[in-house]
Write a protein that binds this ligand. Structure first.
Ligand SMILES: [Fe+2]
Length: 406
């Protein structure tokens, strides 16, 4: 064979190093690479991750193999590196030779793995203060670029990286036509609709169904903590802003949580354990969810903060937990008021702020409605969409690199 085999995905895998030698035992294939690295792969892992049409559906590249249907544990009886540089492995029981792409194998080398499920972009917590502001980028012309073009990528890649790292970015120079947020958001991924609609208008209005739709100040909060899965991202797009006041305030909830962990370990322990009630009390909907205020993922890293005093229902926990829970809550509330955490800025028409709603807290000063109009349009999206879009950009870059090399 002189061409490299398919991979079990649609990605492009540059070849950083060539396969030089291979040895096998029935359950293990050991390869040496041209840079001296040695990688071991279990036979069962290789069998499951083959790219042939008994393992994946060629139309979708989704797996169709059910390992438990094989006659026995898949063992190998030989392996070689072919003329194309692919690893060829002979599976004894099935009498089947399967080929593996060296770039793909190297990229999934779990034997030399350090941190495979690390975030796409390292998370960096930040503090505020009078000089601080969000990462700010011009997105002029974004809607004139072709979807998935390099021009679009040049605007989106640094913006998405800021959201992944710091939970926040401000894009400037976007159109101010009502509804244009939907087209902008679609460049990243699908919007998550809620009972407030696909897009929602943040402006003072009669008969409001949320404090957001008044001119009163809003304390630091995450949106929709009343949902089992509260939205990962929020986008706020400024169409008009002629009012006095109404400054936006944002805080990194992860920085506040880390400060709590360091300075008030008991409060931290309580807020990562006690489940608070989050309830929306609108006239036409009845969302309720119980969750701790601070949650960690399976790696022990911060996953989310869920903070919105005006959406907390009555605490329903064990009798003994009530006072410690309120003590911890007030400790957190005092930290949230510390100006060291907050950045403040004024929205300019054409600004779009994208932020991680499960990490950042946003707040707003009161504004005087009679001085002019303040109109933001907003929408929600999931974190998955930013990650997927960012990975697709990385994939496109790898593909260009592979094509240029060929
Ligand atoms: Fe909000």
């Amino acid at each position: 064979m002189t061409t490299l085999p398919l991979t079990p995905d649609y990605d492009a895998w540059p070849i950083e190093a060539d396969l030089e030698s291979v040895s096998v035992t029935p359950r293990l294939v050991t390869v040496q690479w041209s840079d001296g690295r040695v990688s071991r792969y279990h036979s069962i892992w290789l069998r499951e991750n083959a790219a042939d049409d008994t393992t994946v559906n060629p139309a979708t590249r989704e797996r169709i193999l059910d390992l438990s249907m094989l006659p026995a544990w898949p063992e190998v009886e030989g392996a070689e590196i072919d003329a194309a540089g692919a690893l060829c492995v002979d599976f004894a029981m099935e009498d089947r030779r399967l080929r593996f792409h060296p770039g793909w194998l190297r990229a999934h080398d779990y034997d030399n793995l350090h941190d495979a499920d690390a975030p796409l972009v390292p998370v960096t917590t930040w503090q505020g203060g009078p000089e601080a502001g969000p990462d700010t980028l011009s997105a002029a012309g974004l809607l004139d670029t072709s979807p998935n073009s390099e021009a679009e990528e040049a605007i989106l890649a640094p913006a998405l990286a800021s959201v992944l790292a710091k939970g926040l970015v401000r894009l400037r120079d976007l159109p101010t036509e009502p509804g244009s947020l939907e087209s902008i958001a679609r460049r990243i991924g699908p919007v998550r609709p809620t009972n407030f609609g696909q897009l929602f208008d943040v402006q003072a209005k009669p008969d409001p169904d949320s404090n957001a739709y008044t001119s009163i100040a809003l304390p630091p909060h995450t949106d929709l903590p009343t949902r089992e899965y509260h939205p990962g991202l929020q986008m706020l797009h400024c169409l008009e802003n002629g009012v006095e006041g109404g400054q936006a305030v944002m805080l990194d909830g992860f920085a506040v949580a880390e400060a709590l962990r360091e300075r008030h370990p008991e409060a931290w322990a309580t807020l990562t354990r006690v489940r608070w009630c989050y309830a929306n009390t609108a006239k036409t909907t009845d969302y309720v969810w119980f969750e701790p205020m601070i949650r960690l993922d399976a790696r022990g890293e911060l996953l989310e903060v869920r903070i919105a005093d005006f959406l907390r229902g009555p605490l329903q926990t064990t009798f003994e937990d009530v006072e410690p829970a309120y003590e911890a809550l007030m400790t957190l509330q005092r930290l949230l008021r510390d100006p060291v955490f907050a950045i403040r800025f004024t929205y300019r028409p054409g600004d779009l702020v994208i932020f991680d709603n499960r990490r950042l807290l946003h707040a707003r000063d009161a504004f005087e409605g009679s001085t002019g109009h303040r109109w933001l349009q907003g929408c929600y999206m999931e974190r998955d969409e930013i990650r997927s879009r960012y990975r697709m950009i990385q994939r496109a870059r790898r593909r260009r690199w592979v094509t240029a090399e060929a």
